[in-house]
Design a binder for this molecule. Structure first.
Ligand SMILES: [Zn+2]
Length: 344
């Protein structure tokens, strides 16, 4: 590799660059990746203005606590991105127009509107929800263009409970499902895996792809718990893998179940792109559930997923924030997740 110890620009395609003349392209690409391991961190002030009201666990301070953790010098090389607004066309990849219109019509001019007892709209919710969709789709564009290796989207509202035709569980539009469908439709990706380690079952994502064998959805979640779905017998066309955890289970059970069931299934599926519904509410200090993961468990699963992505999809991972409601546990868990994505 010493042959390339010169100033490099990852954006200059190797075969066009005289610097790389005579060097095998695969060698150049491996080298560039090693040198320029890049992680994108999507964040935007709009996410802070989606106001769920006093005392609601899914609050703007979640993102503030993450942002503070990422001010540490070890995150200096993280590439900060401001996402564009998503479009209705992108949302329509998963949600019918009536779903979009019913949400937009319900947005209040002031105060709050409750779509159900815990899914809340405020005047700025459209900006935040569209921006969240814009973040995951922009991440797909940039990762598939090779501009970065992986991405973490610190978005809210979260998405994995949003069914194609029903907002629920703090979620309006299903960000990660939209990202998967965007990659399929715009880039012709044929096999996309979505791994969801949020403590709640991603019923919306499951519903979106229940009859789509080219998208693998694999979830660990506490059971019985909200939203009540996620039984191992829910298998779709063989592309849905539900692995429940029992109340009080720890990282030992979490890792065993990933090792025995989900990781082999991912290897067998050989995804071209790996998406993560990254919820951190399985942390032992989270107020909304009773699983007892610690930061090292999130580090472990992130590394395992990176190894799979390295083997099958050139390292391509897009991770989007879902839950996580203890502000300190959320910040430290996201920090270790991102640090691992950065290759450290
Ligand atoms: Zn959750």
């Amino acid at each position: 590799m010493g042959v390339l110890n010169i100033s490099l620009d990852r954006n200059v395609f190797p075969s066009c660059n005289p610097v790389y003349k005579g060097v095998k392209e695969s060698v150049v690409q491996d080298y560039l990746r090693e040198v320029f391991m890049t992680t994108l961190y999507y964040r935007h002030p709009d996410f802070l203005y989606h106001d769920t009201g006093q005392g609601h666990p899914e609050c703007a301070n979640r993102l503030r606590s993450i942002a503070r953790a990422l001010e540490q010098p070890e995150f200096a090389s993280l590439t900060r991105e401001e996402p564009p607004l998503g479009t209705e066309q992108q949302i329509q990849l998963i949600h019918p127009q009536f779903h979009i219109e019913s949400i937009l019509k319900a947005i209040p001019e002031q105060g709050h509107h409750y779509l159900d007892h815990d899914t809340v709209l405020s005047p700025e919710s459209k900006q935040a929800a569209f921006r969240a969709v814009g973040a995951v789709c922009d991440a797909v564009d940039k990762i598939l263009a090779g501009q970065a290796d992986n991405a973490f989207c610190a978005v809210r509202p979260p998405g994995h409970h949003a069914k194609p035709d029903l907002p629920m569980g703090f979620c309006l539009f299903n960000n990660i499902a939209i990202a998967a469908e965007y990659a399929r439709r715009h880039y012709g990706m044929e096999r996309i895996a979505i791994v969801d380690f949020d403590v709640h079952h991603g019923n919306g994502t499951q519903a979106a792809f229940y009859n789509e064998p080219n998208v693998l959805y694999a979830s660990t979640h506490e059971m019985p718990h909200y939203p009540g779905t996620g039984y191992p017998t829910e298998t779709g066309l063989g592309n849905i893998i539900n692995v429940p955890l029992s109340e009080g289970e720890s990282g030992l059970a979490f890792r065993q179940k990933f090792r025995n069931i989900i990781l082999p299934a991912l290897r067998n599926f050989k995804p071209e792109l790996l998406l993560i519904s990254a919820g951190f509410d399985a942390h032992k200090n989270d107020p909304l559930a009773s699983i007892r993961l610690v930061e090292e468990d999130f580090q472990w699963i992130t590394q395992e997923l990176m190894d799979i992505a390295d083997n099958y999809c050139n390292g391509r991972i897009i991770s989007a924030l879902e839950g996580g409601y203890n502000l300190n546990a959320l910040a430290s868990s996201v920090a270790i997740h991102i640090k691992t994505l950065m290759g450290d």
